[in-house]
Ligand binder design. Sequence first.
Ligand SMILES: Cc1cc2nc3c(=O)[nH]c(=O)nc-3n(C[C@H](O)[C@H](O)[C@H](O)COP(=O)(O)OP(=O)(O)OC[C@H]3O[C@@H](n4cnc5c(N)ncnc54)[C@H](O)[C@@H]3O)c2cc1C
Length: 414
Amino acid sequence: MSGGTATQWDVLVVGAGPAGATAAALLAMAGRRVLVLEKDEFPRFHIGESLLPAGLPVLERLGVPTPADTFVYKSGAEFVCEASGRRGVFVFRESLPGCARHAWHVERSRFDRTLRDRALALGAEIRHGETVVDAGASAEQAWLKTRHGTFTGRYLIDASGQSRLLARRHGTAEPYHRFGNSSVFTHYEGLGDAAVAELDPQHNNIRIMLRPEGWGWIIPLPGRRLSVGMVSGGKMTAEQLEQGLLAGPMVQRLTQGARRLETRVVGNFSYKNTAPSGPRFTAIGDAACFLDPVFSSGVTLALRGAEAVADRLVPALADGTEAAPDLLQQHDAGMERAYRTFAALIDRFYHSNFAERMFLGDTSDQPMRRGVMSVLAGDVWRTGNPFQDMLLAARRNEHHLRAGATPRRQHDAN
Ligand SMILES: Cc1cc2nc3c(=O)[nH]c(=O)nc-3n(C[C@H](O)[C@H](O)[C@H](O)COP(=O)(O)OP(=O)(O)OC[C@H]3O[C@@H](n4cnc5c(N)ncnc54)[C@H](O)[C@@H]3O)c2cc1C
């Protein structure tokens, strides 16, 4: 069976996660014929539950509802070192002006389905159970293949997440060796009243637990559920989670009487696609870059990247210039700025005493603190943030980020 002709589809999208669904929704909203092929049936489990304020305008633009069974209000992040008892709270309302003052934690299976449903409602065609086995683009057309045949269109968007279809095909995925590369996590349901009170329903900050082997997260989810996980440079196991974060006093307290669910391990995840776009194709979301999730940047970068691509593609499709090799040059530079900002912060998190000093120490330097908060909010395309300028200027080169020591967070002697 042939999936269509070059004139039938304007845009072919691989994957209906946050990146693919957002791009498809915005393109369909602009009247474009979009075909999304997604290998899984929805709802399906996905990790990545804590969003940043910078992603909220995209959700508002798409008209995504925020019901309480999917979204939990998040006011900021709390950094905790159980070994020393030190902690530091950073809330988004402290950030520089111009960005939303809060974010959300989401139940990803519902969140992803909601985004998918918006894309469908806006007119995108989405086919589930369709695994794309190969995809590419020539000067004349974009194409992709499934077991049902070949589909053609005017433009190809790779939103395949960590499958990173095009990066694999082109051999352009470069790992970040110095970042976390493996994670083990689990969920709890049926949290007690004391746990809900401790998590503070008015704020629901993500807890980022600073640990010698890396870091851990504690994220409150809708319906008295909790997400708990650890990230490290080495391959992680369920035993490490049990003997590490789960054995600590905070998780013990919060999960008393709660039921533990499945434990999952994911690995091999910090990398960058060094050639994310070209004539008639681009990669967005995790297919373009995945950074260690310590600062919860993934979904927000996926939403913002997808939006920027759709906004550039709509006029190009209208005037027939979508094959221009430099179509996304400016967009790629913008995303590069975002990746470099987070990469520089993550590198410091693992390889200096920065985390202890900044997140657990004396952060009475208000302008710097506001700048830190803006980066933590994902507001990384703005100007006038001295902290971000410092990160970008002082950041060591790409080679330095890609090679070198396995991350084990350095600790301040104090
Ligand atoms: C341990 C961990 C913790 C994280 N925590 C956070 C967090 O707190 N906050 C945050 O923002 N992000 C977090 N992330 C990152 C976040 O999960 C991703 O950045 C986000 O899901 C990216 O969205 P996406 O649409 O690019 O990819 P995905 O959500 O992965 O969607 C890709 C879709 O493509 C489909 N697909 C793949 N290959 C094919 C194919 N060949 N054919 C058809 N369909 C295909 C998949 O089934 C999937 O539905 C975390 C990630 C990890 C690993």
